[in-house]
Design a binder for this molecule. Structure first.
Ligand SMILES: Nc1nc2c(ncn2[C@@H]2O[C@H](COP(=O)(O)OP(=O)(O)OP(=O)(O)O)[C@@H](O)[C@H]2O)c(=O)[nH]1
Ligand SMILES: [Mg+2]
Length: 325
C-alpha cells in the first residue's frame, strides 16, 4: 500500500478511498492495524489543518435520531456543506449495526453525494468501537467533510465516549411528562451543549414546548461551565418531520462553535481530547499485552482464584502482575 498516494486520494475527497480506509481502521488484524497507523500518520502530514465541526449526538431509542439526522443532514447538504455520519454503538454486535438498518430512515441522505453514512463497526466492547470511530472521524475530517455527526444510543458509557471525540454534544429528547424528566442521567445533562426536544409537531407540539421549558430550567440550575457563552447550554424544540427549528439549531451550533474558537476553548478541548485518547490507547495496549502473554494470563487466572479465595489481597495480587510486566 502506498500511504502517501492513498492519503492523497482521501484528501482529494475520493469516497472509495475513504470507505476503504475506514474498513482498514476497523480491522482487528495486526497487519491492518500497522497499515492504518501509517495511513493516519500520512494524513496528519497532508491534512493536518483541516477541521470539521464534530457534533456528538445521543438520545434514547425512538426519540428520532435517525429522522433528525436525515432532515438536519439534508438541510446542511442543501446549503453546500459536506456531512458525514458515524456511530458509536457498543450493542451493534447484537442488533447487527443499528445505523445500517436505519439507512432506510436516512434514505435520501444516504443517496446524497455530499453525505457519507457509515454504520457502527460491530464490536462488543466500547474501547474497540471508540478507537475505530475516532479514527474514522479523523479520516472524514481529512476528506474535507464540514460536519461530522457522531451518533450513539447512549448505552453505558457511550455518551461520554462520544463527547470525548466531539466539539459539541447534542442531546435529543422526546416530549414527555414531568416524571420522565427526572430520569435523565445528571451526568448526561452535564455534558450537553444543547438539548433538542424533537417531535414538536402536530398533537405533540404543546407537550414538546412544555418539556423544553422544563429542560431549560434544569440546565439553568446547573453549574456554569467556563467554555459556555451566555445562553448556553440551551434547550430548544425541533421537528425532524416538519423541519421546524432545524435552522435555528444549526445557527446556535455555529455561533457556539465560533465563540469557543475565538475564546480558545475549541483548541484547548481538542488538545485535552488528544491527550485523553493517547492515555486510553496506552491503557488498551497494556491490557492487550496482559492477555496476549500466556505466562502472564495464566498467572492472572491463578491470582484471580487466590483473590477470590481470600488468600491474597487485591493490592498484593495486582502488584505481582505489574512486576511481571
Ligand atoms: N411526530 C414526530 N415523529 C417523529 C419525528 N422524528 C421521528 N419520529 C418518529 O419516531 C419514531 C422513531 O424515529 P427514529 O428516527 O427511528 O428514532 P431513533 O432515535 O433513530 O431510534 P433508534 O434508532 O431505535 O434508536 C419513528 O416512528 C419516527 O417516524 C418528528 O419530528 N415528529
Ligand atoms: Mg436510529
Amino acid at each position: 500500500m502506498d500511504f502517501a498516494e492513498t492519503a492523497g486520494r482521501i484528501i482529494a475527497g475520493e469516497r472509495r478511498a475513504l470507505a476503504r480506509a475506514i474498513t482498514l481502521v476497523e480491522s482487528r488484524r495486526s497487519d491492518h492495524r500497522a497499515q492504518a497507523q501509517d495511513l493516519l500518520s500520512a494524513l496528519r502530514e497532508g491534512a493536518g489543518q483541516r477541521q470539521a465541526l464534530r457534533i456528538g449526538m445521543s438520545g434514547t431509542p425512538g426519540v428520532g435520531k435517525s429522522s433528525f439526522i436525515e432532515s438536519f443532514g439534508l438541510m446542511l447538504t442543501g446549503q453546500g456543506l459536506k456531512v458525514a455520519v458515524l456511530a458509536v454503538d457498543p450493542s451493534s454486535a447484537r442488533s447487527g449495526g443499528s445505523i445500517l438498518g436505519d439507512k432506510t430512515r436516512m434514505e435520501r441522505l444516504s443517496r446524497d453525494r455530499n453525505a457519507f453514512i457509515r454504520p457502527s463497526p460491530s464490536q462488543t466492547e466500547l474501547g474497540g468501537v471508540a478507537r475505530r470511530t475516532r479514527e474514522a472521524v479523523t479520516l472524514c475530517e481529512a476528506a474535507g467533510f464540514d460536519v461530522i455527526l457522531i451518533e450513539t444510543v447512549g448505552v453505558g458509557q457511550s455518551e461520554t465516549t462520544v463527547a470525548e471525540m466531539s466539539d459539541l454534544f447534542i442531546l435529543l429528547m422526546a416530549p414527555a411528562g414531568g416524571d420522565e424528566l427526572q430520569g435523565v442521567k445528571r451526568g448526561i445533562m452535564e455534558i450537553a451543549d444543547m438539548i433538542l426536544v424533537n417531535k414538536a409537531d402536530g398533537a405533540l407540539k404543546d407537550v414538546a414546548t412544555r418539556t423544553c421549558a422544563d429542560y431549560a430550567g434544569a440546565l439553568h440550575l446547573m453549574r456554569k461551565r467556563a467554555y459556555d457563552p451566555a445562553g448556553f447550554p440551551k434547550a430548544t424544540t425541533v421537528s425532524a418531520w416538519e423541519g421546524n427549528g432545524l435552522q435555528e439549531a444549526w445557527d446556535d451550533m455555529e455561533s457556539l462553535a465560533a465563540w469557543r474558537k475565538s475564546e480558545g476553548h475549541w483548541a484547548r478541548r481538542r488538545a485535552d481530547q488528544a491527550r485523553y485518547w493517547f492515555e486510553e490507547e496506552v491503557r488498551l495496549a497494556l491490557l492487550a499485552r496482559l492477555h496476549e502473554d500466556s505466562q502472564i494470563s495464566a498467572r492472572m487466572a491463578d491470582l484471580g482464584d487466590a483473590v477470590a479465595a481470600g488468600q491474597v489481597t487485591v493490592a498484593e495480587a495486582s502488584q505481582k502482575i505489574m512486576k511481571l510486566l
